[in-house]
Write a protein that binds this ligand. Sequence first.
Ligand code: ZN
Length: 69
Amino acid sequence: MKCVKCGRPLGPKPAATVQTAQGLSAWGPVCARRAGLIEAKPRQRAIQLRTTSHRPEETEDQLPLEFAA
Ligand SMILES: [Zn+2]
């Protein structure tokens, strides 16, 4: 999928999608924010960095425990 505005390749989940007569159009995060399709969240990043630690081993250990019961 590519951003309809700037043509940049997007991941599997675009920041925003708009249904048009030609079909579903995907928008990148920057263009969607500029067009007002999504809200800008300036502080979100700092909060995420504080709460989510970069420890993949811990997450992998916790997942089997939740499914074990
Ligand atoms: Zn774009």
